[in-house]
Write a new protein. Structure first.
Lengths: 326, 504
């Protein structure tokens, strides 16, 4: 290839790129398949949620949506991949509550401000699970035992150190005027291995969401004493809220929502937001979530951002009070 | 019962059966080409299983591994080159038989023994694992700590060759397992600021590098394509089988039970099962002198053992999430990806998935009979496929496979680096299985130790405070002391035997 040839080729490429760019701006979005990045493993609850909302969204937008898992590092890997993608609306992600935790823990500089929120699609409230043969039958008994016994008598597990259920439970204890370190936190890979430990007698409390404890509860090996939600779950009508059990207004949990990298075009965000709301209300999505027992909660882009801001403060306070702030 | 019906439904549909057939052909092919192992076949299969439902995905893996282990006997018989390491134990015997013009008879016997061994292992898997899971529900981090340690220890003590090299290989695996975000402290380790490494080192790229890239490099490093087209014998495949079975049914039973047991031990797979069964068969045989001259008896033992080992390895993998061999190490990863978390709870979900897995095992081992027969009849095709055409194709699969697990280029680099390191290690006779086991079990070992310490406020004796945990601990310590005890026994025995010769 000669020099002049190269130049022409370069010019040609530049022209083509320009055309492509302007084309993208003028053509009806979306004109090619969209990718949704999930920061958690395939086969898990978050992944299933993402795949269901993706297939509902596919119908709304008339474009193929590919779900790609980028797992590991307590969600850092996947969230980083979402925030560093090109903000053209063709790479989105399912972001989760960890966005509000990992920067406080010093794992990343990434915060919720590095994303363009589109809509919140789910909220799972923290529960309090104990083994079926545990010596307490109510939340009240459990809390007074924790208060009376010396620190370290009871332990709890469900996520890694500084993970969502750790913070939710620490926040709950703080709300009840109990020092969070009275209950030792045993880090685990997730709620499922923690439930196995609970049943084997290795630990006392798993403050995960109730659906995550479902198989053990249904097998009669574990029970849920309460849920930190404003009202009872449709899928577990026997589990009282903390308000009913001990009169506390405390609510906390894990949220999930769709977002893109920072700096997306407002027109694209608007289009996605309305499509997402329709997908959220679709039979596909609602039916799946009801079947799984997962909680549904909708917030539009603006409310989603406000909620993330509030949760960021709340989690920041809890992380600081348990001494994990970096 | 309902779950069993659901399981049957999951297997007996067009898609799954088609996958089983395709996987059978793939397994036979990979197994029959020398230098391509069953583990490699499964590692290359994983990215494809991504796009399948759980049942066909598992079916593909089960079928491929069972077929490959059998098919490894084909080049072993005709060329005296084992198709997979699992055939190495008796390749001498079978090639001598082939020289006598009894190649098809040998392979026919191999096939029947493989099917028998596979079914035997499956029956054990079906009946033992659910009740073992009931016990496993009582396991806490203390028991898992000992179990992981037991697995790692046995991977060294059962390995063939230098124990020191096996130990060093294990240490490499353990070192790799520490990369990433530490679950206990939440601190990143050895990540060098690369976000992808926060997730730790994914072992599928490592396996692809170790078992596939390594083989490719060894091939180009040695360039032995010396293959004189063998004179294919025309004897009957199943003609002599009934008489062999009648004569050696004890060997089939013994080989299968040994194989299942060894397969179930973490770190020891089909290849070691075959060696041990062959040795056990020889020591108990009536005509020891015939061994090594082309005698079918040893083949019966070892060929039943390697296929039953494949099934046996699934017992600890399903019940405890601790792999029995390098194939089930991959399987555990796939199970997690498919939302079937290995562990005692896998039997509680009642979704029929576990039953479908059991059914798949039966189907895979049964169709081995007709497909294996066809493979024996068309042996020439496999033996004459030039490897220099296959190897570049496999290299493509390696790179695409490593990338597709996480859609990450970092994984491709990991695969390439591990491949080079594994090539050097393999050249120096380091075994690969302990390294893989170290990588897979390292996190379990560390996390179960740390959480036990947290729960007991640092009391080391807590590892012996629960009955199951204490017995497992005693077993591990016994294994560690075994070389010492053996030596002491020999020293005590040596002067002793001078006076009273052994009566047996």
């Amino acid at each position: 290839m000669t020099a002049s040839n190269k130049k022409t080729a370069l010019k040609g490429t530049a022209a083509a790129l320009l055309l492509a760019l302007s084309g993208a701006a003028f053509a009806e979005y979306p004109e090619k398949p969209i990718t949704i990045i999930v920061p958690w493993a395939a086969g898990g609850g978050t992944d299933a949620t993402a795949r269901t909302i993706a297939s509902a969204l596919e119908e709304e937008l008339g474009q193929t949506i590919n779900v790609v898992n980028r797992t590991g590092g307590s969600g850092v890997v996947g969230h980083t991949a979402i925030s560093t993608a090109k903000p053209d609306g063709y790479t989105l992600g399912l972001i989760t509550g960890e966005t509000n935790m990992m920067h406080w823990l010093g794992l990343t500089d990434l915060t919720y401000k590095d994303f363009t929120p589109i809509g919140q699609i789910n909220f799972d409230y923290s529960g309090v699970q104990v083994a079926e043969d545990a010596p307490f039958d109510s939340l009240d008994q459990l809390l007074s035992s924790i208060k009376e016994q010396p620190a370290g008598t009871y332990n709890a597990s469900g996520t890694g150190l500084g993970g969502v259920w750790h913070l939710a439970f620490a926040g709950f204890l703080l709300d009840q005027g109990i020092e969070p370190n009275k209950v030792t936190w045993i880090p685990s890979q997730g709620a499922a291995p923690a439930m196995t430990e609970l049943v084997s007698g290795g630990i006392d409390i798993v403050p995960s969401s109730v659906p995550e404890a479902r198989s053990m509860i249904e097998a009669g090996k574990a029970q849920s004493l309460g849920i930190m939600a404003p009202e009872r779950l449709d899928s577990f009508p026997d589990v009282p809220t903390v308000k009913e059990a001990i009169g506390s207004d405390y609510t906390i949990g894990e949220w999930r929502g769709i977002a893109g990298p920072k700096g997306m075009d407002q027109a694209i965000v608007d289009k996605l937001e309305s499509a997402l709301e329709a997908a959220y209300n679709s039979e596909t999505y609602q039916g799946f979530m009801a079947k799984q027992g997962f909680g549904t909660e909708w917030r539009n882009a603006e409310d989603f951002e406000t909620m993330m801001g509030e949760m960021d403060q709340e989690y920041g306070n809890i992380i600081e009070s348990i001494g994990l702030k970096k | 019962m309902d779950a069993l019906l659901q399981g049957l439904q999951l297997v007996f549909n067009g898609q799954t059966l088609l996958v089983i057939l395709a996987a059978a052909a793939f397994g036979i092919f990979v197994g029959a080409v020398p230098g391509l192992t069953a583990t490699m076949a499964v590692a290359l299969l994983v990215p494809i299983t991504f796009y399948m439902d759980p049942t066909p995905a598992i079916a593909a893996i089960v079928t491929t591994s069972a077929m490959a282990i059998f098919a490894g006997d084909i080049p072993g018989t005709y060329l005296n080159i084992p198709g997979t390491p699992a055939s190495a134990a008796y390749v001498g015997e079978s090639s001598l038989l082939a020289k006598k013009g009894r190649a098809r008879e040998t392979l026919g016997t191999n096939l029947v023994c493989s099917v028998f061994g596979g079914l035997f292992g499956t029956i054990i898997l079906v009946f033992v694992s659910p009740s073992l899971a009931e016990v496993a529900l009582k396991f806490s981090s203390y028991e898992y700590f000992w179990l992981a340690l037991l697995g790692l220890s046995s991977s060294i003590f059962i390995s063939i060759g230098s124990k020191t090299k096996a130990f060093l290989s294990l240490m490499i695996g353990l070192l790799l397992s520490t990369v990433g975000l530490d679950m206990m402290s939440g601190a990143p380790r050895f990540t060098f600021g690369i976000p992808d490494l926060m997730a730790g080192i994914n072992f599928i790229p490592v396996m692809i590098g170790m078992f596939a890239l390594n083989e490719i490099m060894s091939f180009y490093g040695s360039r032995v394509e010396a293959r004189t087209p063998p004179a294919l014998s025309k004897d009957k495949v199943f003609g002599q089988v009934p008489s062999h079975v009648k004569r050696y049914w004890r060997n089939m039973l013994r080989g299968s039970s040994l194989g299942t047991l060894i397969g179930a031990l973490p770190g020891a797979g089909a290849d070691i099962a075959a060696w041990i069964a062959y040795a056990a068969g020889k020591s108990r045989s009536k005509d020891k002198a015939a061994y090594g001259t082309g005698h079918i008896e040893g083949i019966v033992d070892a060929s039943s053992a390697n296929n039953s080992g494949i099934s046996g390895a699934w017992v600890p993998a399903l019940v405890f999430g601790i792999p029995g061999d390098s194939i089930t190490a991959i399987v555990i990863g796939v199970l997690y990806m498919k939302g079937m978390n290995p562990g005692p709870t896998i039997f509680m979900e009642g979704s029929g998935l576990v039953y479908s897995l059991f059914v798949v095992f039966f189907v895979a081992n049964l169709i081995m009979l007709p497909i294996g027969y066809l493979a024996i009849k068309s042996s020439k095709v496999f033996i004459l496929t030039p490897r220099k055409i296959l190897m570049p194709i496999i290299l493509c699969f390696c790179i695409v496979g490593a990338f597709s697990i996480n859609n990450s280029i970092t994984d491709v680099w990991i695969m390439l680096l591990v491949g080079i390191v594994a090539f050097i290690l393999a050249r120096c006779d380091f075994p690969m299985a302990p390294a893989i086991l170290g990588l897979v079990l390292g996190t379990t070992l560390e996390n179960s130790f740390m959480s036990s310490m947290l729960k007991s406020n640092g009391d080391l004796l807590s590892f012996f405070s629960r009955p199951i945990s204490a017995s497992l601990g005693a077993l591990v310590i016994l294994i560690w002391c075994s070389p010492l005890l053996v030596r002491l026994y020999q020293r005590y025995r040596a002067p002793h035997t001078n006076h009273t010769p052994r009566s047996s």
